[in-house]
Design a protein around this ligand. Structure first.
Ligand code: BZD
Length: 836
C-alpha cells in the first residue's frame, strides 16, 4: 500500500531510525515547555502533580502524529471501521500505558531524573483514573479498544463522558461509604474536546403524521427537549504500532438556541433550569452492575450517546460523499450488552425520517450493521423499560419498535401457525404485569449476530435465556470468549515477571501470548521455578506495603495470598469465602492446624449503593478481619484484609501479587469473568466452580493445575427442581453448623447477634445461590490448596503452567475472532512518511 504524503510537525517522525522527538532530551524539553506554557509553572516550583501533567502532555504530543495519521488513513482509504458502543469504558490510568505502547518508558524515567524524580512510580501515583464503568463489562470494552489498536483495526469506541464515574469507596466502622468521584477536578490531560463536531439529540414531545411531497404517509417527531453532545476524544494507541484508534465520549451540554426564546420573554430562570436539566444528562454513572432500576435518566443517557454516535457515523459517510446505503460496508456496530440497544430503533429513525429510505432498505442496513453481545443471564439484570416511560421519552422510537415487532411476529406466525405462546415469548413487548419493552429482544431481532462471552454462557443463552430465538435463527447465535490485554495486565502491571519472560523467551509474547507455551519446557527447571517464584514474591512485597499503608494490617509476604477482588454480589459468593475463613479460624482455635497453610485472605470490591445484602457482606468481612487480626492465636497462620476502593489501579497491584484466585460463583451465574484470566496469566492458581470462563481456563491450564469444587450448572438446576433445602446440607456438616453458630452469637459483631442475622437468614432460608450446597466441597478444595502450598516446588510448577497456558485469554485472540466471524473487518496498517 502506498504511504500517505503527510507533512508532520516534529515531534512526530517515529519511522525515523533515531526516533526523532522520542529520546530523553526531547521528553525533557517537552516537559519543560508544558510546565512553562501550558501549566504556568517554573520547573523549580513544580509539584508532583505538575510534573505528572507536564509528562502526560509531552507524551500526548508524541502520540499525536500517530493519532492524526491513523484517522487520516481511515478517511483516505475507506474500509470498514468497528464502532464499539458501550455505556462504560473503564480505561484505567493512561500515562504508563501510553509510555509502554510508545516504547519510551526509559526515556521518560531519564527525563524525570533531571527534575529530581528518582522513580516513575512517584509520578504514576498521582494519576486519577477515570472510573467510567462498574466492573467487568466496562473493563472489557477498554481491553478490546487496546487490542483493536494493537491489531491495527480501525475502530471507534463510543460512550459517555460521565462527570462523576463510579463512586470512591471508603470503609468506616467496617461499612462501605460512597464518595463522589471527582476525577476531572485537576484537569485530565488525555482528552481532546471537539466542539465543532457536536450533535443534537431530541427527547419527549410527540409524533405527528403528514403526507410528504410524493404523497406518502409519514410520521415525524417533534421533540419537546434537546441536548447537545460534545465529543471528547481519547487517543487509544496500539502496542508499538502506528495505529492509534479513538475513544469518543459524549458530554451533554444545554442547547443555547432553545433558551433564546425564554430569554427574550424574560424567563431567565426558566431558561437556566432547562440548561441545568440537560447538563445533568452525562453527570453521573449509574453504579448498579446488575439490577436494572428502570430510571428515566438512564434511558435518556442511553439514547443520548447512541444517537450522537450514529449521527457521527452517518456524518462521516456524508463528508466523504459515500451513499447512506453503503453504511454496512463502512461501519460495523457492536452493542456492549443492551445498554446501547436503542441503536436498532434510532438507526431506523435516522435512515427513514432523515435520510428518507423506505422501511425494507432501512431494515436491511440496520440488520447488516448491528451485532449484540450479551453479558448476563440473571433475570433481574435484563433491561426492560416501562412502556409509558418509554413513550413519554421516545415516542417516535416506540412507533418504530411496534412496527419492527409487528413485522417480526408476522414472520413468527408463518413459522409457528396458531402458536400464541411462542408469540408472547418472542415479542419485544412484555405483556405480563405492566407492559414493558424488552431490550434484549430488540437487540436480538435487530442484530445479525448475538454472542455470549464464554462457551458455557453462550450455550446457556441458547438453552435458557433466548431458546425460542435460537430455534428461529440458530446461525445468529455464537460465542466469543472474553480476553484481557496482556499489555496492561502483564507487561505494565507485572514488570518483574515481564523481565523474566523477555529474558527467557524474548519480548514477542506481549503480542503473541501463544509463545508463552515455550515456558512449559521449564516446568522441572528448579532454577527457573525459583526465578518465577521470586518475581511473584516481589509483587507480594509491594502489595504487603500497600496493605499496611491502607489498612494498618501487617501481612507476611511469604504466606499464601488468597484473593477475591470483584464487585460484591450474592451470586459471586464472597460470603462463601468468608464462611470458609471462619471455618479455618475455628480449626486454628481448636488446635487443628495440621492442614493449615499460613494465609492472607484478601477481599476487594464495591457494592451497589442500594444493594443491602452486598453492603452487609462487606461489613461481615470486616467483622471477621477485626477478630482474626486481633487474635494472637492467628499470628503467622491467618490474616484477613478488605482492601478499600478496588479499581483498575489497585488491580494492577493485586494480580501480580496473588497465589490463589477465588472464582467461586454459583455455576451458571457468572457469564465469563475476566479477573480469572488476569490472575492465571500472572501465575495464580484458581480455586473455582465450573462457571463462566473458569471452564475454559481449567481446560487450557490442565485439571491438575486448577482446584475445582462445587456443583455443576446442571446439578444446581436439578437441585432447584427437586426443591432445594439448605438445611439438609447444614445438618450434614459439623463445621458448617459451628461456623454459623459463631456468627449467630455475635462473635464477629462485638456480641451483637442481630447485625449479621440477614446473612444467616438468607443462607438458612432459601439460599438462592446454593452457598450451603457447595460449602463442604469448597472446604475440601481449600484443604487441597493448603496441601499443595506446602510443596513449594510443585506449587511453583503449577503456577508456571498457568502462565504458560494462558495465552488463549489474550483479548487479541478475542478481537481476532470478532473481526473474522462477526465484523468482517481487516487490519489497516498505518504508515508514517518522514520529512528528511
Ligand atoms: O461482564 C460482566 C459479567 O458479570 C462478567 O461475567 C463478564 O466477564 C463481564 C464481561 O463480559 N457484567 C458486568 O460487568 N455488568 C455490568 O457491569 C453492568 C453494568 C450496568 C448495568 C448492568 C450490568
Amino acid at each position: 500500500s502506498q504511504s500517505l504524503d503527510l507533512r508532520l510537525p516534529t515531534p512526530g517522525c517515529y519511522a525515523d531510525p533515531v526516533r526523532a522527538g522520542m529520546d530523553a532530551d526531547a521528553v525533557f524539553d517537552g516537559m519543560t515547555e508544558h510546565l512553562f506554557f501550558t501549566l504556568g509553572k517554573l520547573a523549580t516550583s513544580a509539584s508532583l502533580r505538575d510534573l505528572y501533567m507536564a509528562l502526560s502532555f509531552a507524551v500526548r504530543d508524541r502520540l499525536m502524529s500517530r493519532y492524526l495519521t491513523s484517522q487520516e488513513t481511515i478517511r483516505a482509504r475507506p474500509q470498514k471501521t468497528v464502532a464499539y458502543l458501550s455505556a462504560e469504558f473503564l480505561i484505567g490510568p493512561q500515562l504508563n500505558n501510553n509510555l509502554l505502547n510508545l516504547g519510551i518508558k526509559k526515556e521518560a524515567e531519564e527525563a524525570l531524573k533531571r527534575f529530581g524524580i528518582e522513580s516513575l512510580n512517584e509520578i504514576l501515583e498521582v494519576e486519577e483514573e477515570p472510573g467510567l464503568g462498574n466492573g467487568g463489562l466496562g473493563r472489557l470494552a477498554a481491553c478490546y479498544m487496546e487490542s483493536l489498536a494493537s491489531l491495527q483495526v480501525p475502530a471507534v469506541g463510543y460512550g459517555i463522558r460521565y462527570e462523576f464515574g463510579i463512586f470512591n469507596q471508603l470503609i468506616r466502622d467496617g461499612w462501605q461509604v460512597e464518595v463522589t468521584d471527582k476525577w476531572l477536578k485537576g484537569g485530565w490531560p488525555w482528552e481532546l474536546p471537539q466542539p465543532d463536531e457536536a450533535c443534537l439529540v431530541g427527547f419527549g414531545g410527540q409524533t405527528e403524521s403528514y403526507t410528504d411531497d410524493n404523497g406518502n404517509y409519514r410520521s415525524r417527531w417533534i421533540p419537546s427537549e434537546h441536548a447537545i453532545g460534545v465529543p471528547h476524544d481519547v487517543p487509544v494507541l496500539g502496542y508499538r504500532v502506528n495505529s492509534c484508534d479513538r475513544l469518543r465520549l459524549w458530554r451533554a451540554d444545554a442547547t443555547e438556541s432553545f433558551d433564546f426564546y425564554a430569554f427574550n420573554i424574560g424567563d431567565y430562570y426558566g431558561a437556566v433550569e432547562e440548561k441545568v436539566a440537560s447538563e445533568t444528562l452525562s453527570k453521573v454513572l449509574y453504579p448498579n452492575d446488575g439490577t436494572d432500576e428502570g430510571r428515566r435518566l438512564r434511558l435518556k443517557q442511553q439514547h443520548f450517546f447512541v444517537s450522537c454516535s450514529l449521527q457521527d457515523m452517518l456524518r462521516s459517510l456524508e463528508k466523504r460523499s459515500i451513499a447512506v446505503e453503503e453504511f454496512p460496508n463502512h461501519w460495523t456496530v457492536q452493542l456492549n450488552d443492551t445498554h446501547p440497544a436503542i441503536a436498532v430503533a434510532e438507526l431506523m429513525r435516522l435512515l427513514i425520517d432523515q435520510h428518507r429510505l423506505d422501511w425494507d432498505k432501512a431494515w436491511e442496513i440496520t440488520n447488516r450493521s448491528v451485532a449484540y453481545t450479551n453479558h448476563t443471564l440473571l433475570p433481574e439484570a435484563l433491561e426492560k423499560w416501562d412502556l409509558s416511560l418509554f413513550k413519554n421519552l421516545l415516542p417516535r422510537h416506540l412507533e418504530l419498535i411496534y412496527e419492527i415487532n409487528r413485522r417480526f411476529l408476522q414472520q413468527v406466525r408463518l413459522k409457528y401457525p396458531g402458536n400464541d405462546l411462542i408469540l408472547r415469548k418472542l415479542s419485544i413487548i412484555d405483556e405480563e404485569g405492566g407492559k414493558a419493552i424488552r431490550m434484549a429482544h430488540l437487540a436480538t431481532i435487530g442484530a445479525h449476530h448475538v454472542n455470549g462471552v464464554a462457551a458455557l454462557h453462550s450455550d446457556l443463552i441458547k438453552r435458557q435465556l433466548l431458546p425460542e430465538f435460537a430455534q428461529l435463527w440458530p446461525e445468529k447465535f455464537t460465542n466469543v470468549t472474553n480476553g484481557v490485554t496482556p499489555r496492561r495486565w502483564v507487561a505494565l502491571a507485572n514488570p518483574e515477571l515481564s523481565k523474566l519472560l523477555d529474558k527467557e523467551i524474548g519480548p514477542n509474547w506481549i503480542t503473541n501470548m501463544d509463545l508463552l507455551l515455550e515456558l512449559e519446557k521449564k516446568e522441572n527447571d528448579s532454577n527457573f521455578l525459583d526465578l518465577f517464584a521470586s518475581a511473584k514474591l516481589s509483587g507480594k512485597r509491594k502489595l504487603a506495603g500497600y496493605i499496611h499503608r491502607q489498612t494498618g494490617v501487617l501481612v507476611d509476604p511469604s504466606s499464601l495470598f488468597d484473593v477475591q477482588v470483584k464487585r460484591i454480589h450474592q451470586y459471586k459468593r464472597q460470603h462463601l469465602n468468608a464462611l470458609q475463613v471462619i471455618a479455618q479460624y475455628l480449626r486454628i482455635k481448636n488446635g487443628i492446624t495440621k492442614n493449615i497453610a499460613p494465609r492472607t485472605v484478601i477481599f476487594g470490591g464495591k457494592a451497589a449503593p442500594g444493594y443491602f445484602m452486598a453492603k452487609l457482606m462487606i461489613r461481615f468481612i470486616n467483622g471477621i478481619a477485626d477478630v482474626v487480626n486481633a487474635d494472637p492465636d492467628m499470628d503467622g497462620l491467618l490474616r484477613v484484609v478488605f482492601l478499600p476502593d478496588y479499581n483498575v489501579k489497585l488491580g494492577e497491584q493485586v494480580y501480580p501479587a496473588t497465589d490463589l484466585s477465588e472464582q467461586i460463583s454459583t455455576a451458571g451465574k457468572e457469564a465469563s469473568g475476566t479477573g480469572n484470566m488476569k490472575f492465571a496469566m500472572n501465575g495464580a492458581l484458581t480455586i473455582g466452580t465450573l462457571d463462566g470462563a473458569n471452564v475454559e481456563i481449567r481446560d487450557r491450564v490442565g485439571a491438575e493445575n486448577f482446584f475445582l469444587f462445587g456443583k455443576t450448572e446442571s446439578e444446581i438446576m436439578e437441585l432447584r427442581d427437586q426443591g432445594y433445602s439448605p438445611n439438609s446440607f447444614i445438618a450434614e456438616s459439623n463445621e458448617l453448623q459451628e461456623t454459623l453458630k459463631l456468627i449467630e452469637v455475635g462473635h464477629f459483631s462485638n456480641g451483637d447477634s442481630e447485625l449479621f442475622r440477614p446473612i444467616i437468614n438468607i443462607l438458612t432460608g432459601n439460599d438462592p445461590f446454593f452457598v450451603m450446597a457447595d460449602f463442604d466441597d469448597y472446604l475440601r478444595a481449600q484443604d487441597e490448596v493448603s496441601k499443595a502450598w506446602k510443596k513449594s516446588k510443585k506449587w511453583n510448577r503449577m503456577a508456571l503452567l498457568n502462565t504458560a497456558r494462558s495465552g488463549f485469554f489474550s483479548s487479541d485472540r478475542s478481537i481476532r475472532e470478532y473481526c473474522q466471524s462477526i465484523w468482517k473487518v481487516k487490519p489497516l496498517p498505518v504508515e508514517i512518511s518522514c520529512e528528511k
